[in-house]
Design a protein around this ligand. Structure first.
Ligand SMILES: NC(=O)c1ccc[n+]([C@@H]2O[C@H](COP(=O)([O-])OP(=O)(O)OC[C@H]3O[C@@H](n4cnc5c(N)ncnc54)[C@H](OP(=O)(O)O)[C@@H]3O)[C@@H](O)[C@H]2O)c1
Length: 272
């Protein structure tokens, strides 16, 4: 438990758009100061401005999370600007919609570098520093409901998300003794630039319509919904943050009855 959120500091990667940007604003509304990371400076500046509109401070660290030493660089910025950090949200990530036979091993490794290794690096560096300081803290990772079941055409992405989710659970058990909470955030389809980026990564035309036509509309949500759930979890830490009870139940059912997952996979291929 990091206690009341007022004047606490949260580090958010992938804060220039979508879930990360919405979470930065929601955290500011809750009284937190923020450290924002992403590669696009102009977009990050716009988010920092929105944070300041809520009378909170924002520091920007521009750069690729997969660059060696980036997590320490981000944490150094938090320490020098605020003299503290209480929470991190490892959120930077991307996807690709591609069959595994078309998605090269280099592309798969690159995706793991950003989605998985960079996120783990940030959580590890943060916990080591918090332990040294004897401070409590809260580490969150943006995984996905696809950490719990996989879909055709999203194999590499689902694998990165499942790996993130498993690490969260292990670290949660290990860090409890240090009063550090770890939470896995499992959004369902969220209306962000994710799908545009995903299409571009898959060599397809990147439509600005955000969510692809074959995504069931019933299971889509705005990024603000995830952001509010993250703030709720910061106030009252939980192992997992779900934003859809239905999908959570489906994930449980698919574990028990794999043929259901198979049916959904077949339907996904038909729609695609
Ligand atoms: N949208 C969904 O349906 C959905 C569902 C479940 C989980 N998620 C997860 O939610 C997270 C956020 O995605 P989103 O939906 O908000 O999509 P988004 O709008 O495309 O946001 C992705 C963010 O990650 C940043 N990013 C990507 N690669 C980076 C890198 N190498 N270094 C630093 N920053 C990087 C992007 O910023 P720059 O391009 O400026 O660097 C951007 O701020 C991802 O981890 C994604 O897997 C999304």
């Amino acid at each position: 438990m990091i206690g009341p959120l007022t004047d606490r500091v949260i580090v958010i990667t992938g804060a220039s758009s979508g879930i990360g940007a919405a979470t930065a604003v929601e955290c500011a509304k809750a009284g937190m100061d923020v450290v924002l990371n992403a590669r696009r400076k102009d977009r990050l500046e716009a988010v920092a401005e929105r944070v300041r509109e809520h009378s909170r401070r924002a520091v920007m660290v521009i750069g690729d999370v997969a660059e060696p030493g980036m997590s320490n660089h981000i944490l150094n910025a938090a320490s020098s600007e605020y003299g503290r950090f209480d929470a991190v949200f490892a959120n930077a990530g991307y996807g690709a919609e591609s069959e595994m036979l078309s998605f090269t091993m280099d592309e798969t490794r690159k995706m793991f570098e950003v989605n998985f290794f960079a996120a783990v690096d940030l959580l590890r560096d943060t916990s080591m520093r918090l332990i040294e300081l004897g401070s409590p803290g809260h580490l969150l990772m943006c995984t996905s409901c696809l950490a719990r079941f996989s879909l055709p055409l999203h194999g590499a992405y689902c694998a990165t998300k499942a790996a993130q989710h498993q690490i969260c659970w292990a670290m949660r058990g290990e860090l409890r003794q240090h009063n550090i909470h770890v939470s896995s955030v499992l959004p369902i389809t969220t209306t962000t630039e994710f799908f545009e980026v995903s299409a571009r990564n898959s060599g397809r035309e990147a439509k600005q319509g955000m969510v692809p036509d074959h995504a069931p509309k019933f299971f889509t949500q705005p990024p603000e919904r995830v952001a509010r759930a993250v703030v709720k979890c910061l106030i009252k830490p939980r192992p997992e943050v779900w934003t859809s009870v239905t999908v959570r139940m489906m994930a449980g059912l698919m574990t028990m009855f794999p043929f259901l997952a198979d049916r959904i996979g077949r339907e996904q291929m038909r729609r695609a």
